[in-house]
Design a protein around this ligand. Structure first.
Ligand SMILES: C[S@@+](CC[C@H](N)C(=O)[O-])C[C@H]1O[C@@H](n2cnc3c(N)ncnc32)[C@H](O)[C@@H]1O
Ligand code: SF4
Length: 303
């Protein structure tokens, strides 16, 4: 059977995928907001263990018409594992599941730094066609505060490597990460964070973009900031204003946008640029009458 070690995280769009933990934890594990893998020491799992799980899934789920079509490789940055290991894993998946249409994984900026374009292209040929990347912010001061490990220019550079390898990117931004107003702690303010984030997304031209609301979780430096009363937490109308600024400044083609992650107050969806004017107008309506806006109640939000 498939053994999942610790809590398993996957993007909302991988709900119906087979999830295999190719790696355990996150090789970076420094981001101040992220508590997902703090209790795990990073390691790559032995291929034999994964091969046994693939064989179990083939026998249990079958390789016929209803067999596995999508696989997500966990944990936090499986792309950082050696390319030869990932290639062997992808070959095993293709052999077991003839109907396999796509394999995806999280790709941190650090993983994109170590993988070459040629390696990513080879892995794409073997089926690894989509990476999820947390851009979080396009503002250098925010990226530094969050300890993302790269600045905006480096984020754009490494994302371009995936693009050059023909791999699709599904990117994430953190609403609220810029604070409310520019402050002495180096936060640039909500609208500056939104504009800088739009500029980086425009430079990357991802296939998918989603926003999450930065939420303090237990065991993280961000939670400590919140406990000290040093974290400006934006209200739903303030977050809607930030999202409006972001959406209005985006210039991306054929990008599927979603704010449907459970951390959001407003669930929006559309394709940019086609639906951009509608999404911005919807947010203008929310901002004009926030008391009538369909904000998700706090108790329904989660991570
Ligand atoms: C597994 S991580 C990201 C993938 C990859 N490791 C990276 O850094 O690019 C998944 C995403 O969840 C979001 N996330 C993590 N912790 C969060 C928090 N406390 N509040 C809101 N979103 C969070 C971030 O956008 C993060 O990029
Ligand atoms: S956001 Fe990504 S890179 Fe940062 S600690 Fe979490 S999993 Fe690791």
């Amino acid at each position: 059977m498939i053994r999942h070690e610790g809590t398993l995280y996957r993007p909302p769009s991988e709900a119906d995928s087979l999830i295999l933990q190719a790696t355990i934890g996150c090789s970076w594990n420094e981001c101040t907001f992220c508590g997902m893998y703090r209790d795990k020491r990073f390691r790559v799992r032995p291929l034999e263990e994964l091969a046994a799980e693939i064989e179990w899934a083939r026998a249990a789920l079958g390789d016929g018409p209803d067999g596995v079509r999508k696989v997500f490789l966990a944990d936090g940055d499986a792309l950082v594992a050696r390319a030869g290991f990932l290639a062997d894993l992808l070959r095993a998946l293709r052999a077991a599941f003839p109907r396999l249409a796509r394999v995806s994984c999280y790709a941190s900026p650090q993983a994109l730094q170590v993988r070459s374009v040629a390696e990513m292209a080879e892995l794409r040929e073997l089926g690894l066609t989509l990476y999820y990347l947390g851009i979080e912010s396009g503002h250098d001061a925010v990226l530094e505060r969050l300890k993302k490990g790269v600045d905006a220019a480096e984020m754009v550079r490494v994302a371009a490597k995936a693009h050059a390898a023909g791999v699709k990117l599904s990117t994430m931004l953190l609403l609220g990460a810029g604070g409310r107003d520019a402050d002495a702690d180096g936060r640039p303010g909500s609208l500056a964070h939104a504009r800088a984030s739009a500029a980086v997304v425009n430079a990357i031209q991802p296939r998918f973009l989603s926003t999450l609301v930065m939420t303090p979780v237990e065991g993280t430096p961000l939670m400590e900031e919140a406990r000290r009363g040093q974290l400006p937490e934006l209200s739903p109308p303030e977050l809607a204003r930030e999202l409006r600024e972001l959406l209005a400044a985006l210039a991306v083609d054929g990008c599927v946008f979603r704010s449907n992650h459970a951390s959001n107050f407003l669930a929006l969806a559309g394709t940019l640029r086609k639906d951009q004017a509608r999404l911005v107008a919807g947010l203008d309506a929310v901002l004009a009458a926030p008391e009538r806006a369909p904000f998700r109640p706090e108790w329904l939000r989660g991570l």
